[in-house]
Design a protein around this ligand. Structure first.
Ligand code: HEC
Length: 221
């Protein structure tokens, strides 16, 4: 082999290597799917609203969407209720092509009534970001992690009753310090990574003003 021929081969190998490195460093939905976890692409396909992906990790968002929209049915409880969960003509239970209502998606406000007559109503909370862009109305990931791992209501909206039940408290045997109905006893078994993915996804969805009693009227800015 001549010297110049050897040089040509070495040079072309270097070019191929450079391209390979450039490709592997480019984040893209395709790469996310290629990570081997099919839940990422399934999750990305299942998101029913446009996502704000600015500065976000696609693989985490896709996995989070899988938990929120495919396996977890967060919106089943965290919409405003069954009547408005789907857009008109888009209710799969009526055998219509599914179309989630973006005006109520994860905006909370669905009432589950009182656990014991005369005590506090249990109402799902608004999980969408506020104007700060952080999930669940401005919660940090650490706050979200603590809520799911412990079940403790970060807002203490319905403390334990100290006397007769009233509309602001929850009587025993329920512990009013804990979120009720919300399936934290299941979700707390997820890994930190999985919960991070849920948090990441919840920070990409559009802000919904929601109808939770006492909601900041300027939640979305
Ligand atoms: C079976 C209904 C139900 C499902 C399913 C559900 N939630 Fe909830 N969630 C609730 C209710 C109701 C509350 C408020 C409970 C209370 O006031 O005691 C709540 C509260 C919360 C809170 C506390 C709000 C805060 O300010 O920190 C978070 C976070 C939350 N849910 C996230 C989720 C996520 C994420 C999912 C899906 C993975 C989910 N929920 C699925 C019913 C549900």
């Amino acid at each position: 082999m001549t010297r110049s021929r050897l040089f040509a081969i070495t040079a072309s190998c270097a070019v191929v290597a450079t391209i390979a490195i450039a490709v592997s460093n480019t984040p893209s939905p395709a790469n996310a799917a290629e990570s081997g976890d099919s839940r990422i692409q399934i999750g990305l396909n299942a998101a029913p609203v446009p996502l704000n992906m600015k500065g976000k990790n696609v693989a985490l968002v896709g996995l989070g969407s899988y938990f929120v929209n495919v396996a977890g049915d967060c919106n089943g409880c965290h919409s405003a209720g069954p009547q408005t969960e789907y857009a008109p003509g888009g209710n799969p239970f009526f055998n219509q092509p599914e179309h989630t209502n973006p005006a109520t998606y994860l905006g909370g406000g669905r009432s589950f009534g009182a656990l014991i007559p005369g005590s506090a109503q249990i109402i799902s909370r608004n999980l969408t970001p506020d104007a700060s862009g952080k999930a669940i109305g401005g919660d940090s990931f650490q706050e979200f992690l603590h809520t799911i791992r412990t079940g403790i209501d970060p807002d203490h909206l319905h403390p334990p009753c100290t006397g007769a039940p009233n509309a602001n408290c929850i009587p025993a045997p329920f512990d009013g310090n804990l979120l009720q109905i919300m399936p934290w006893p299941n979700l707390r078994h997820l890994s930190d990574h999985d919960l991070r993915a849920i948090y990441e996804y919840l920070s990409t969805v559009p802000c919904v003003q929601g109808n939770y009693p006492g909601e900041d009227p300027h939640r979305c800015g």
